[in-house]
Ligand binder design. Structure first.
Ligand SMILES: [Zn+2]
Length: 301
């Protein structure tokens, strides 16, 4: 399926990027990537990690007077409702990151829809906000799970931010997907994860492992380049990438340790630097600017 459709026209105002947080524990985040023992997957343990680390992010955003989009797992609305409430009360946008952290590829459509409906409702009930946006676990909307875009529309989402438009990752990505904000034929908006064209190749950047593994200067160069072209980036981070609680899973290979832990300890400092140098806002606000206010005003409580 060719994904590029109806590109949305950028405005001429200064570029404001989106900053997003995928709220989940380290173990549930990586449970489909490598073996993790049950004691790390225990939800009480993970919830403690999530609560502590997310509060660090909330404090950082408050200090810099920046509002963000927090894509929460639906289960967190039940397990840590006060965290969702506190995030909404601080003025951040509440988004949905599925009910549990399971890749969409391989899920049954009706089962995904039922759990997504429940997750959206629970997050809305707890936060008092309408949930506009969705981020798939592990960016798992790919060509084989593209049906999920219709499910998102049917369940009332306004935008998706799950597609990484490049083709070299072992888990996710759509090689020929549109790299800029665009609208699908079903009306759903896509805010893709950021890439930059380099020597004729698409290079991913702007969050998670790319942010941790690339030198800070390179992230800044890529962000500047995209912004100079008039386009916002969708920056993303996980609570465990700023810490202070970064669970150490025993028995990982040197490659896995590097890929998943490198620069986590410096995460808060590095993120703060980026947040001070570039302009950021919640995704829904960026989309309204970019799309000439065609979206409804988010309801704030
Ligand atoms: Zn995730």
């Amino acid at each position: 399926m060719k994904v590029r459709v109806n590109a949305v026209t950028p405005s001429s105002k200064p570029v404001i990027n989106a900053i997003s947080v995928d709220v989940e524990g380290f173990a549930e985040s990586n449970a489909q990537s490598f073996p993790i023992s049950d004691n790390f997957l225990d939800e009480t343990t993970q919830n403690c990690e999530i609560k502590t680390n997310t509060h660090v992010l909330l404090e950082l955003f408050a200090e810099l007077n920046i509002k963000a989009t927090f894509f929460f797992l639906g289960r967190i609305a039940t397990d840590i409702p006060n965290l969702v409430k506190a995030t909404a009360e601080a003025g951040h946008e509440i988004g949905c990151h599925s009910y549990c952290h399971l890749r969409i590829v391989g899920l049954e459509k009706n089962d995904f829809k039922d759990k997504l409906t429940a997750a959206k409702k629970d997050l809305e009930d707890v936060s008092g906000q309408r949930v506009y946006g969705f981020r798939a676990p592990d960016f798992s909307i790919t060509k084989s799970s593209i049906w999920a875009l219709d499910v998102l529309k049917e369940t009332g989402f306004v935008y998706d931010s799950s597609i990484y438009p490049f083709g070299l990752h072992d888990v996710y990505g759509i090689k020929d997907a549109d790299t800029l904000i665009h609208r699908f034929p079903n009306g759903l908006i896509e805010f893709p994860l950021p890439t930059i064209e380099l020597l004729g190749k698409r290079v991913p950047f702007g969050g998670g492992g790319y942010f941790r593994l690339y030198p800070l200067l390179l992230t800044k160069i890529f962000l500047s380049k995209l912004n100079k072209q008039g386009h916002p980036a969708m920056f993303y981070i996980h609570p465990y990438e700023v810490g202070p609680i970064i669970p150490q899973i025993p028995g990982l290979s040197v490659y896995r340790k590097f890929r998943h832990y490198y620069n986590c300890k410096n995460g808060a400092k590095r993120l703060k630097h980026i947040l001070k140098v570039f302009k950021f806002a919640p995704a829904i606000e960026v989309l309204k600017e970019y799309n000439g206010s065609k979206f409804e005003q988010p309801e704030r409580t």
